[in-house]
Design a protein around this ligand. Structure first.
Ligand code: SF4
Length: 330
């Protein structure tokens, strides 16, 4: 099980990235605390790879992706994109950098204007960013629609006249319009009929190969994440707990939380499936996260040190890193 991404250059280098939100309370609406949505997270995304990002709802996946796209300002930490630091970057420069990173949304219907035709939806970012004459923009938008499998006849239809899968194709064409290097695919098929999942996933993979795109792929469907991802990052309550090559993580998960998550994937070795039972209890409140390792109240292997001290990320020399006190004992 080798790491296919070894030797690839970094597109993103994220270091000690954190985001917390104030919590407002009382009649005077005063700040009463902070929610730590992402806490001290470091990782890289390689050029041309798909990094899968998994974890339960509310673990910080969307907050992390929003910071990479610079839709959210980090509380602290560093995000280097293609060699340039994005945190603290001048607004005019940041606007340009933002265009190189786009997003494909979960619900293509709500992300498309109902009054614009498919062609106009794709033309819009090109017009706003003045990417050519009216004629050039029209030709480019039409080319993008064809690239995602739509026809000239489709170009004049409104989003409401398309199926969910076709609307997602329009969303993908729009995301490609400004020739991005990086795309966040946020649950790109979860709102679609199962019969079109494979078509959209194959389209995304074909486009990646053709255009050299880098993806951050967020999904709850772990079998799908395994299928599309070169590497996988696992988050729990704002922390990155394990990251490494997809096959390594799915075949031999090391962090107790990753083991519990992977045990739920269809096809997972039934002998290891008992690990599923290890994930008891509720996810603790991010308003008052547990001390030490945030997973300790739910972890069967918890030791006294786990509630006292945070683990450190330990790399195994084969591209996999794990955030757990057990790693030092192997
Ligand atoms: Fe479990 Fe301790 Fe590892 Fe956390 S650090 S996952 S509590 S063994």
């Amino acid at each position: 099980m080798e790491d296919r991404t070894r030797g690839l250059e970094d597109l993103f280098v994220v270091e000690k990235l954190s985001k917390s939100f104030p919590v407002w309370a009382g009649a005077l609406f005063r700040p009463s605390g902070h929610v730590s949505a992402v806490d001290d997270v470091s990782f890289e995304i390689k050029k041309g790879e798909t990094l899968g990002l998994v974890g339960e709802s509310g673990c910080g996946k969307t907050t992390l992706a929003s910071m990479l796209l610079r839709m959210l300002e980090p509380t602290s930490g560093s995000i280097r994109f293609d060699g340039e630091e994005l945190v603290g970057m001048q607004q005019s420069k940041l606007r340009r950098a933002r265009l190189a990173a786009q997003m494909i949304f979960q619900d293509p219907y709500s992300s498309l204007s109902p009054r614009l035709t498919a062609l106009e939806v794709v033309e819009e970012p090109l017009l706003i960013n003045r990417r050519g004459s009216r004629e050039e923009i029209r030709r480019k938008a039409m080319g993008l629609l064809e690239m995602v499998g739509l026809t000239e006849m489709d170009a004049g239809c409104l989003p409401g006249q398309f199926s969910g899968g076709q609307r997602q194709r329009i969303g993908i064409a729009r995301a490609l319009a400004l020739e991005p290097k990086f795309i966040v695919c946020d649950e790109p098929v979860s709102s679609l009929d199962v019969s079109v999942h494979a078509h959209i996933i194959n389209l995304l993979m074909d486009l990646q190969a053709k255009l050299g795109l880098t993806y951050l792929f967020i999904a709850h469907n772990l079998a799908l994440v395994r299928h599309v991802s070169d590497r996988v990052a696992v988050m729990y309550l704002g922390k990155l707990v394990e990251i490494g090559p997809s096959e390594v993580i799915f075949e031999d998960p090391r962090h107790p939380y990753t083991k519990a998550l992977m045990a739920a994937v269809p096809g997972f070795d039934p002998k290891k499936r008992k690990a599923k039972a290890l994930l008891g209890g509720e996810v603790p409140s991010p308003l008052n996260p547990p001390t030490g390792c945030r997973f300790h109240p739910r972890c069967r292997f918890a030791m006294p040190v786990c509630s006292e001290r945070e683990p450190v990320m330990t790399e195994d020399g084969k591209g996999r890193s794990v955030w757990c006190h057990l790693e030092g004992k192997r």
